[in-house]
Design a protein around this ligand. Structure first.
Ligand SMILES: [Zn+2]
Ligand SMILES: [Zn+2]
Length: 185
């Protein structure tokens, strides 16, 4: 009986995590829809102005800046971009803390320490078998060149479900969207 309770809890925990993961996918996708007044696009643009790969030497083992532990990611817009993706976890923590707190801890550790250089923007993660399931390294870096692909965060699942996955491509410049987003070269 007790084992069943644990299994039901873990299934529900995983389900809620996937729901949050889908929300972060949808918000990211919406942030790339070009229309006047899309404030999410304006916020998310800051993420696309960072030259991650250029900064990424030392095999991706770049220590996070101390402010990232306080969920501050360099500028207001970059921080807001993360806060928006994490926002639904706040009511979940209040109303269902048994689920909200463990998911928040996981996301907090991921965002504040390993996301930026070690996983998401590490060009040395090239194994297609790995990036079939995890939105890391080359998989996410492809998104920095093909803005209509690879929106997923942590797992590639929602890109696969919504048919926006581009796992086979190598990152390379697409000039048009690059200009629309005002990316520096
Ligand atoms: Zn993006
Ligand atoms: Zn990125």
């Amino acid at each position: 009986m007790r084992r069943l309770v644990v299994i039901v809890y873990l299934v529900e925990l995983f389900f809620l995590f996937l729901m949050w993961n889908m929300y972060s996918y949808l918000i990211h996708r919406f942030s790339h829809i070009h229309f006047k007044g899309n404030i999410l696009m304006w916020i998310h643009m800051a993420h696309h102005q960072v030259e991650y790969v250029k900064d990424n030497d030392n095999n991706g083992f770049v220590l996070p800046h101390w402010s990232q532990y306080l969920f501050w990611f360099g500028t207001f817009r970059e921080s807001l971009d993360v806060w928006i993706s994490v926002a639904p976890l706040v009511p979940l923590m209040i109303f269902k803390p048994e689920f909200g707190i463990p998911i928040f801890i996981l996301v907090y550790i991921y965002e504040s320490t390993i996301s930026e250089h070690l996983l998401d923007h590490n060009p040395r993660i090239t194994d297609k078998k790995l990036t079939k399931f995890f939105a890391w390294g080359q998989y996410h870096l492809v998104h920095h060149h093909f803005y209509k692909k690879n929106y997923a965060f942590i797992f590639t699942l929602w890109d696969s479900v919504f048919n926006t996955s581009k796992n086979k491509a190598q990152p390379g410049p697409i000039v048009k969207e690059r200009l629309v987003f005002g990316i520096r070269n």
